[in-house]
Design a protein around this ligand. Structure first.
Ligand code: N1C
Length: 268
């Protein structure tokens, strides 16, 4: 009887939510990434218990209403993994994920959140369960906008982003996208969570890099109003702010004169 009821529940709840379902083989991926990270990427973490981490991750959301996630659900998992990024080595990003990851791949001593254990494990994965079931829901998960913002994936990223920012120290960097109109967005995880959780007692400078796609005209820069917003928030928090554009002006001069080929070669 019990089996029958569960099968019926399953098929009728097929497309309950508007977001993508849990990533296939979620448990195996979590375990494999954990081993990979703790043994190869950061062997200093070699004594972490990956089975325990996988279990704590699963227990955070399994059998629970996927729209009632809280930070507390993740506390047992957070206890197993504390963030350990050395001072001056933290890199935040917003709408520049690939670029920031390429940067830390070359500058091996720098860390984005995905270069820390929990970020590495969860990157690009999706997960949710269902009330009264021990299974994950591979069909659909809540969409943060169309269903609920307190879903387990959003709550996870907000929490790990908060901890990542709280633990930063020294000079911290952020890679922002100069090819969109608001390089700094107050509603992004960076603008909403990380900026406000930097500890001014530990972080003395935020260094922003505004990078635009090669060949595209830049839509925002260090002198734009969104970066000015960021500068203002940071300075009010008693943290020093610096900003660097990668954009070198190869267009006409301010008076409209076109640069000579020689001028474009030397000034671009
Ligand atoms: O909203 P964002 O960027 O500004 O978030 C990026 C910011 C980074 O500095 C990270 O430390 O917040 C942290 N972070 C992640 O590391 C991360 N990995 C994957 C935040 N979100 C992360 N994701 C997923 O991408 C997550 O589902 C979230 O909603 C998006 C945010 O990407 P964004 O808007 O480009």
């Amino acid at each position: 009887v019990v089996v029958g009821v569960r099968m019926w529940r399953h098929s009728s709840e097929h497309m309950k939510w508007n977001g993508t379902g849990s990533t296939a083989h979620f448990q195996e991926i979590v375990l494999e990434r954990c081993y990979n990270y703790t043994q190869l990427v950061q062997p200093e973490l070699r004594d972490r218990d990956c089975q325990k981490i996988r279990e704590a991750f699963r227990n955070a959301f399994i059998s629970k209403d996927p729209c009632s996630a809280t930070e507390e659900d993740y506390h047992p998992l957070m206890k197993l993994v504390n963030p350990t990024v050395p001072c001056d080595k933290t890199v935040f990003w917003s709408k520049t994920k690939e670029l920031a990851h390429q940067y830390t791949k070359v500058q091996r001593e720098l860390f984005t959140l995905e270069d820390t254990l929990l970020g590495y494990i969860a990157d690009d994965l999706n997960w949710c369960g269902d009330t009264g079931s021990y299974e994950m829901n591979y069909q659909s998960c809540p969409h943060w906008k169309k269903d609920c913002s307190n879903n387990f994936v959003s709550v996870f990223w907000d929490l790990v982003s908060k901890r990542f920012a709280e633990n930063a120290c020294g000079v911290v960097q952020v890679v922002l996208n100069g090819s969109i109109s608001n390089a700094f967005d107050r509603k992004s995880t960076f603008g909403r969570v990380e900026v406000h959780n930097l500890n001014p007692m530990k972080v003395h400078t935020l260094q922003a890099w505004v990078i635009h796609d090669l060949g595209k005209f830049p839509s925002d820069s260090c002198s734009g109003s969104s970066i000015n917003d960021l500068k203002w928030i940071i300075m009010q928090r008693n943290i020093k702010f610096t900003c660097q554009d990668n954009y070198r002006d190869c267009g006409p001069f301010a008076d409209g004169r076109q640069p000579s080929p020689r001028e474009s070669m030397t000034s671009c």
